[in-house]
Ligand binder design. Structure first.
Ligand code: NAG
Ligand code: NAG
Ligand code: NAG
Ligand code: NAG
Ligand code: NAG
Ligand code: NAG
Length: 273
């Protein structure tokens, strides 16, 4: 352990030195977050304050994808986000093509844009109902909440309550599972609300619970159909039988008769038993 520590020490010092030189790296001035307002356009800008660095071009990236590039040598670079919304929100990086490259991240942020995966869901009594909402905007939702919308108001749904409600949430998706669906208690409108530091938005999902019997009707229909068909075939066969039955018996035994005596006896015994 001790020897590993000694080996690791120079590496740590090197890392610290690396940090030190990065600290004195050229400063890039970017937009202030207040300039980014949802529903309008925003010109993102990066201003490289060190005029001594030779610049061979610029790149704008959204996430890891290059969205704009040029070969200019100017100290300042721009990108027009033509409308700030859920789709254009994200992390933009301005990159000055210097050696080494320098860049800065600008967050284009909006409040959550919550949509229901399906506006209405169906479930059978006793089954598990699954309601899903998502938000694809940046930054991700920090807090998801589910509630039942009733005439009397909004009843928040607590995870694990009544041993039937299970909420599973990740950054951009939330799922409400209702176990053992109950027609009276569970049918209704549910709201999912997503919150980040810019605000809260929500969507609604209506859940319909069908009774077990209703779910059985199509099956019962098929069963009835099969019974009727079988009955018809049975009656038809029974009517046909008197004409065809003797022929069948003759036909079946004819080839056996031509066989050896031993076989014949065997067949006879089998027939009589
Ligand atoms: C870029 O930053 C420098 C240093 O702060 C400043 O003098 C200059 O006016 C800025 N340029 C623009 C276009 O904002
Ligand atoms: C940025 O885009 C918006 C919408 O397309 C446009 O109205 C605006 O003039 C553009 N601004 C610049 C400086 O190009
Ligand atoms: C941009 O967003 C990332 C991820 O949410 C965060 O870690 C970072 O601090 C943000 N940067 C600024 C300048 O707000
Ligand atoms: C809800 O409870 C379940 C089970 O206890 C747990 O796995 C899940 O992470 C919880 N969800 C939230 C949003 O806390
Ligand atoms: C949202 O979820 C999808 C699917 O899991 C994932 O691919 C995507 O990266 C997520 N987006 C964000 C912004 O978290
Ligand atoms: C949650 O979303 C619903 C449906 O959009 C909305 O009516 C309700 O006001 C929201 N609740 C909060 C606390 O924002």
């Amino acid at each position: 352990m001790r020897s590993i520590g000694l080996i690791a020490l120079p590496a740590v010092l090197l890392l610290l030195c690396g940090r030190g030189s990065e600290g004195s790296a050229p400063i890039i001035i970017t937009n202030s977050p207040e300039e980014i307002v949802e529903g309008t356009y925003v010109i993102l800008s990066c201003n490289l304050t060190d005029p001594t660095l030779p610049i061979s071009g610029h790149e704008w990236l959204k996430g890891s994808k290059v969205v704009q590039e040029d070969k200019d040598s100017s100290q300042i670079m721009f990108y027009n986000v033509s409308e700030v919304n859920a789709e254009s929100s994200g992390q933009y990086t301005c990159k000055f093509l210097t050696t080494p490259e320098v860049g800065e991240v600008i967050n284009v942020t909006v409040s959550p844009h919550v949509i229901a995966y399906k506006k209405s869901e169906h479930g059978n009594e006793g089954d598990t109902g699954v309601l899903t909402c998502k938000s694809s905007s940046f930054p991700p939702v920090e807090l998801w909440a589910w509630s039942l919308v009733t005439e009397g108001g909004i009843e928040p749904i607590v995870n694990g309550s009544k041993d039937r409600f299970i909420i599973k949430s990740s950054g951009n998706k939330t799922e409400l599972r209702i176990l053992k669906l109950d027609i009276e208690a569970d049918q209704g409108t549910y709201a999912c609300n997503g919150t980040n530091f810019l605000g809260t938005t929500g969507a609604t999902v209506s859940l319909r619970v069908r009774s077990r019997l209703a779910a059985l009707w199509p099956f019962l229909g098929i069963v009835a159909e099969v019974i009727i068909l079988v009955t018809i075939i049975f009656i038809y066969e029974k009517r046909r039988k008197p004409d065809e039955a003797p022929e069948d018996e003759d036909g079946g035994s004819a080839p056996l008769k031509s066989n050896s005596g031993a076989n014949h006896d065997n067949v006879r015994q089998r027939n009589s038993s």
